[in-house]
Design a binder for this molecule. Structure first.
Ligand code: 5GP
Length: 203
């Protein structure tokens, strides 16, 4: 397998389509949280396949996370390693976080590489929604989190997801790949060349 593979919009559309049935069966999401920027397009496509006649469109909220290497120089208390920062988050004090309470929330990203991002997103959202439930006296309502990614790289993961999520089938990857670099169409500056390279790629 080459160390770089190219994926087209059409392939991504179809990956969302084939995943939708399983997601509807196992998750029945009523809200999606797209991790920007890679989760936006898959979340939007998936929404079309999750729509059921007579039911409203599933709303999509966006969060932004960024990875950085902490060298442990500025704060000796902090362990060196890959860290995550929030560049965009849901507002705890407004309706944004309260909106998650009691829902089946599907977190969408394009790729699960080291799993650092997903671990952060799931654990922080769980923590914040718990706090919002406590503040609003709505602790009895059950909020569940699930994950959908287009590609999961088959490699040792640095991040962990709750076993309650993985055991219950609430983690879904459309494709499990080897540890290759995946080039997504929304990153392309020349989409025709990207699509040409995709014809030579396999995944
Ligand atoms: P993580 O290592 O936390 O699972 O992934 C962090 C982020 O790195 C992903 O959300 C994605 O933006 C980026 N990333 C990781 N692997 C790939 C890849 O193969 N292709 C692209 N385009 N981005 C990747």
């Amino acid at each position: 397998m080459p160390d770089k593979v190219y994926v087209t919009y059409n392939q991504i559309h179809k990956l969302c389509q084939v995943s939708a049935d399983k997601i509807l069966k196992d998750v029945r999401p009523n809200l999606m949280i797209a991790i920007g920027g890679g989760g936006y397009v898959p979340a939007r496509i998936l929404r079309s396949f999750l729509k059921r006649p007579g039911e409203p469109n599933i709303p999509i909220q966006a969060i932004g996370l960024s990875l950085y290497e902490n060298l442990g120089r500025s704060d000796p208390e902090e362990q060196p390693g890959t860290k995550v920062t929030r560049t965009q988050w849901l507002d705890l004090s407004s309706l944004e976080m309260a909106n998650l309470i009691g829902k089946n929330v599907l977190i969408v990203d394009e790729v699960d590489d080291t799993r650092t991002t997903l671990e952060y997103a799931v654990s922080e959202l769980e923590k914040d929604v718990k706090l919002a439930q406590k503040n609003l006296g709505r602790e009895a309502e059950k909020t569940t989190f699930s994950v959908f990614v287009l590609h999961n790289k088959d490699k040792p993961k640095k991040g962990k997801l709750p076993e309650t999520m993985t055991d219950a089938g609430r983690y879904h990857a459309a494709v499990t790949t080897q540890d290759v670099w995946i080039c997504y169409p929304w990153e392309a500056t020349d989409i025709d060349e990207h699509d040409r390279l995709a014809q030579e790629s396999y995944i």
